[in-house]
Design a protein around this ligand. Structure first.
Ligand code: SF4
Length: 403
């Protein structure tokens, strides 16, 4: 189901009729072959992706300047638009009041619009964790999680609807991959949660999907979020996580902006990692760590390794010693995450005692580590649980039912 917003744009454009549409430049109006002769508007060759490419929320400041110059206006106006969208939460072009009325109308006539994610559901765990279920313009759904830790308010954002990577322990990996999110859809998760729940201090790209598989949108969204004319979120407060896409990690090392890097490792040997994470067949641990070293050489920052602790599988003291051996010489922090059960997998969490002993071995070797206990598990918002209950969410916003 498409959002009311997109439907409105489609109807509005269609209602202009073929004569007015023919005045548009190629690609400026994606609605063609529409019939508006009666109350039922039929669209025979509308491509949603083309409409979405006209989303102003999906544009960097530089891209907005180019659009504006293309419409014969002064480039400096782009800053107003960018600011109104990303710092002022403008939901409609008509709200960008520094632009003249004529110019705003011209924008709309050319098919430009500002997208809005739709909150389908909001669930709060007793530990304060909040999960948002968002509806996308094409009817897909994603989840975003707000984690509270004192003054630290971290938002875990999704980058894809579904995921292709198939990690054995992850609920999202069980959902069919639908599509990549646009940069606008990634950024809007922050915009909406910030408007709803207050200031966000940190952003982690660890929600649904493999961020580096949606490389261009992820990098673009980091640029938009970091831009001083908009949200102005410091680059050190943005972390991009990956299951280990080696070429993309190397490519990221050569970007102008370098977010913090987190690697979802989860095993100290190739045999075990391949069992848990199929991507390891293509990019085994040695290649992955080489890419991490290249990133670190460029960025000179500590890298985080995520290690989900699964009972009886990767949590022995021998695994801990192998991990120490593997990470020797890499400036890093290891996050030991208690496995969060979900219906799609029979694994169990290691338990605090086991995790603590594992942590001691790492600690003794001088590797910084943090034990991350379950947060938001009662609302299926914990690490590895996103999407576990998506099929139970009604588009009208009924609550998810939990056992
Ligand atoms: S852990 Fe990340 S990469 Fe692996 S299946 Fe889940 S969402 Fe995808």
């Amino acid at each position: 189901m498409q959002s009311v917003h997109i439907q409105r744009i489609m109807k509005k454009n269609a209602a202009m009729g073929p004569k007015k549409q023919s005045q548009f430049k190629p690609n400026s109006n994606p609605i063609v072959n529409s019939k508006s002769s009666n109350s039922t508007v039929r669209f025979t060759s509308v491509k949603l992706s083309e409409i979405m490419s006209n989303d102003l929320k999906d544009k960097t400041l530089k891209e907005l300047e180019q659009i504006i110059a293309g419409l014969g206006q002064k480039k400096y106006l782009a800053k107003y638009i960018f600011k109104f969208i990303h710092a002022g939460d403008a939901a409609e072009i008509s709200q960008i009041t520094p632009l003249s009325k004529t110019f705003r109308e011209k924008f709309i006539e050319h098919g430009y619009y500002i997208s809005q994610l739709n909150i389908l559901n909001k669930l709060t765990d007793k530990d304060g964790t909040v999960k948002y279920v968002f509806g996308l313009d094409d009817g897909n759904r994603i989840e975003t999680v707000l984690l509270l830790d004192g003054k630290r308010r971290t938002l875990c954002v999704s980058t894809q609807a579904g995921c292709k990577m198939g990690c054995l322990f992850c609920a999202t990996g069980k959902i069919k991959f639908r599509r990549n999110l646009t940069a606008g859809e990634i950024v809007d998760q922050i915009n909406i949660v910030q408007k709803d729940s207050g200031r966000i201090s940190n952003i982690v790209y660890m929600g649904m999907g493999e961020p580096l598989e949606n490389y261009d949108s992820v990098v673009k969204s980091v640029k938009i979020l970091n831009d001083p004319a908009g949200r102005n979120i410091g680059i050190r407060h943005i972390t991009v996580s990956t299951c280990g896409l080696v070429p993309a990690i190397k490519k990221l090392a050569y970007e102008k902006l370098h977010p913090r890097l987190a690697i979802s490792l989860n095993a100290p040997t190739d045999d075990l990692r391949t069992r848990l994470m199929p991507i390891n067949t293509k990019y085994p641990i040695a290649k992955l760590l080489d890419a991490v070293k290249i990133y670190q050489l460029k960025v000179k920052e500590r890298v985080t390794f995520e290690y989900v602790m699964i009972k009886g599988l990767n949590d022995s003291l021998l695994h801990a010693r192998l991990l120490v051996k593997l990470l020797r010489g890499i400036k890093c922090n290891v996050n030991l995450i208690e496995y969060n059960p979900h219906g799609g997998c029979k694994f169990k969490g290691s338990g605090l005692e086991k995790i603590s002993r594992f942590a001691e071995v790492i600690e003794e070797a001088g590797i910084e580590n943090t034990i991350r206990l379950k947060k938001g598990s009662s609302i299926f918002a914990a690490c590895g649980q996103l999407g576990a209950n998506l099929n139970n969410v009604s588009s009208t916003g009924d609550s998810i039912r939990h056992e």
